[in-house]
Design a protein around this ligand. Structure first.
Ligand SMILES: [Zn+2]
Length: 205
């Protein structure tokens, strides 16, 4: 048995998801739809590889941000000012065309006595990135997950990303960047906090 099937029982089709074989057959159909021959030598292993890479690219469906963030947080001796993790790289796929979205997330929050391990913020970005997404939804989901679990005074999330569906097809606008933001709590109610977030973000590279 392929190692990946052992590691991911979902691939055996026992939980209502299609089996590995069904996924590979679907890739063969798409290869024929594109105009190629799935039986030619260079493509023989492609369906298995695509199914395997989908498991990784869309692994966010098997993870809950709440589990990663946990319920226990680090206590900090009096630190209550803005925490900003910027330039978190991510890859996602747009839910309209299943084509990559490549970008960076910037996440800030105002602690209320507790802070998160910094690597957990990056993992939350990954969990939502590894699903079919719109950039707007992903921005809001990251903010909500941190807001709900950590309950800080406020969360600010900005995502800047290039959508390959715009660059490679349709209007073919390469290099255009889409910016989205979500603010909660003090970031939402106090424009000065938004300005501080933007200043820290743009202030020094
Ligand atoms: Zn798209």
């Amino acid at each position: 048995m392929d190692a990946i099937v052992k590691n991911f029982p979902a691939l055996s089709g026992t939980d209502g998801r299609p089996s590995q074989k069904e996924a590979e057959d679907a890739v063969r159909v798409l290869l024929r739809w594109a105009g190629d021959d799935p039986e030619r030598e260079g493509l023989l292993d492609t369906p298995a590889r695509v199914a395997k890479s989908y498991k990784e690219l869309f692994s966010g469906y098997d993870l809950a941000a709440e589990d990663v963030l946990g319920r226990t947080f680090e206590e900090v001796g009096g630190y209550d000012d803005l925490v900003l993790v910027k330039d978190i790289p991510f890859f996602s796929h747009c839910e309209h065309h299943m084509v990559p979205i490549i970008g960076k997330a910037h996440v800030a929050y105002l602690p209320d006595g507790k802070v998160l391990g910094l690597s957990k913020i990056a993992r939350v970005v990954d969990i939502y990135g590894r699903r079919l997404q719109t950039q707007e939804t992903m921005t809001a989901q990251i903010a909500k997950a941190i807001d709900d679990t950590l309950q800080p005074r406020g969360v600010a999330v900005m995502i800047e990303a290039e959508h390959m569906c715009m660059a490679m097809r349709g209007v073919q606008k390469q290099g255009s960047t889409t910016l989205t933001t979500t603010f909660t709590g003090s970031f939402k109610s106090d424009p000065a906090e938004q300005v501080r977030f933007m200043t820290m973000l743009r202030g020094w590279k």
